[in-house]
Design a protein around this ligand. Sequence first.
Ligand SMILES: Cc1cc2nc3c(=O)[nH]c(=O)nc-3n(C[C@H](O)[C@H](O)[C@H](O)COP(=O)(O)OP(=O)(O)OC[C@H]3O[C@@H](n4cnc5c(N)ncnc54)[C@H](O)[C@@H]3O)c2cc1C
Length: 385
Amino acid sequence: MPITASAVTHWADNPWSRGSWSLIGRHGSPADRATLGTPIRDRIRLAGEATHPTRAGMTHGAHEQGIEAAAWAAGHGHRDVTVIGAGMAGLGAAQHLRARGITTRVLEARHRTGGRTTGTDVGGFTFDLGANWLQQYDDNVLARLAEKLALPVVPTAFGSGLDDLERQLRARLAAAPEHASVADVLAAWPAPPAALRRLVDSEIVMDTGADLGWLSARHGFEPGVGDGDRWIIGSYQRLVDHLADGLDIRLGTPVRTITDTADGVSVDGLRTDAVIVTVPIGALPDITFTPALPAAHRTALGHLGMGRVEKIILRATDRFWPHTGYFRIHGPTDGAISEWLDATDADGTPTLVGLLAGPWLDTLWTGTDHDITTRVLTDVLHAAA
Ligand SMILES: Cc1cc2nc3c(=O)[nH]c(=O)nc-3n(C[C@H](O)[C@H](O)[C@H](O)COP(=O)(O)OP(=O)(O)OC[C@H]3O[C@@H](n4cnc5c(N)ncnc54)[C@H](O)[C@@H]3O)c2cc1C
């Protein structure tokens, strides 16, 4: 086997994420994201990617929400603010507060910064385990930061634009009844063409990692992917390290309780004026709020969920895969889908970055990382070659 190094992710099993990114279920709408980000008694604010009404599930949306929450805290005159989570939202918030002379500390459960934006060494070079692309590149605050830092970025050509079938699919999703799921729309399609299921897998399952019976038809397919996306040679970690610089970040500090009383908030007993909570919605139930989160926030949370997309990075002695650039491989069953980025540009060593979603994960993602790698090579890549 020509593999020289590999890495496999487990975002769905990880207690600090429990999934890949947030999604809108059939009973929800973007208004739930806005509700979730509404300040609570002027002292607590939720601010991760899930709270962005139009740029959810993306690093720059998370970062914008962190900055927005910090501006809110500063605007209320809070002088000591605790930020929970050192991902793109938390780092954005803490930098903004620090720049305004407000005392701030970041409490982070993991023993590293970055959250779902993190690089790791795979065979001598750093690759992204989480976020891969700077999406919506022309209107992306982190893309501007990458440019300022002169980070090398590579554009990805995701393929041809919208064809007729995709236009029809989008129109039917947009016109679906308010609480319909994507699966409802597919079931109601008169004489669905053979290509429909593959299109749904490529465009919706791959971009969400969702159960289509749960995902909102109208709102589940949110904008973002394929809008001039570029990936960073050397990984997002270079942005994370820059943003973390100079901050008071307490790693290995999982927060369990947030208690709001008449004279201030306490986070696991630590008194502070205000709290900005950026943990993924999958990890939020592990924090006990006293009093409980307001009913509107709880309802909004009930309408949102986390999708499941996992990643594999393969370094090899030669390019044994079927295509260069960007390509997709469909699985043997409906919903089994993967996308692949030839990332050899990183350092010249043949490198493939894969994202997998749908029922394939149930069969491929079991056992050790070595087992998973072997199965992906045999059942996905060699089967497609
Ligand atoms: C496989 C994958 C691919 C992706 N691809 C892209 C992409 O190409 N482009 C893109 O823009 N986005 C992508 N995303 C999404 C993007 O990574 C996220 O939207 C973004 O990083 C979220 O930032 P955040 O700060 O809201 O949350 P996070 O990055 O998750 O940060 C939250 C932090 O809170 C910490 N935490 C959790 N619970 C606690 C607790 N109890 N106490 C203290 N700390 C806690 C976590 O450890 C974490 O560090 C991808 C995500 C995944 C998983």
